[in-house]
Design a protein around this ligand. Sequence first.
Ligand code: FES
Length: 82
Amino acid sequence: MENFAQAQARAPDLGETSAIPVRLVPLPNGPYEVTGLLEIARPDGDPIGAPASKVHLCRCGRSADKPFCDGSHARTGWTDGA
Ligand code: FES
């Protein structure tokens, strides 16, 4: 997986911030796929793991590894109702 420094290095120069936009896509009957320069933090602000350029966040509430998707949505037959 690409780390934060690698993602930042390939980010287009958008001015002072040199940031790439964050994109969030709800996958059909699955997690939110979030791409961009990301640092996921706990409620106290401590980062969870290394920064990433893509994560899948649980949308069904059934993951044992929240906020990340662990595949439980598929094992339990969760649907988004769309
Ligand atoms: S969306 Fe995958 S475990 Fe919740």
